[in-house]
Write a protein that binds this ligand. Sequence first.
Ligand code: UDP
Ligand code: MG
Length: 139
Amino acid sequence: MAIERTLSIVKPDAVGRNLIGEILRKFEAAGLRIAAGKLLRLTPERAQAFYAVHKARPFFQGLCEYMSSGAIFVSVLEGENAIARNREVMGATDPAKAAPGTIRKEFGQDIEQNAVHGSDAPETAAMEIAFFFKPDEIL
Ligand code: UDP
Ligand code: MG
């Protein structure tokens, strides 16, 4: 299996509840290496650009308001099969349906405020990493 990189975001609800460390610990325990990371706040416009793929969805406006409501911690995770591995550790989008032990099951509040974002495919991972990081910020 190839070494991949994927984009992870600790979302505002989780940052606000002091969960950055708990969440990063789960990634590291799953064998994912943190190759880049920073704390920042998205403007509503930047949140809309990041989630442009969802702009026709009924949850788009609420999602962009939420994602710009406070600080987020963005990171690049690297490892074998990192994109799928990260999504396994995250769990299902809806915390109520997420498997035991997953981040969303333990820390997600509802289907919107679900603690973490993770890229879903190699193409989106590359785009999302470039959205937040310059090549020389990834080590
Ligand atoms: N979301 C929402 N309502 C929904 C589905 C999704 O508020 O019915 C939010 C949620 O925060 C989710 C994000 O929109 O993480 C992106 O949705 P996607 O389907 O890409 O889920 P993910 O890839 O994050 O599991
Ligand atoms: Mg998605």
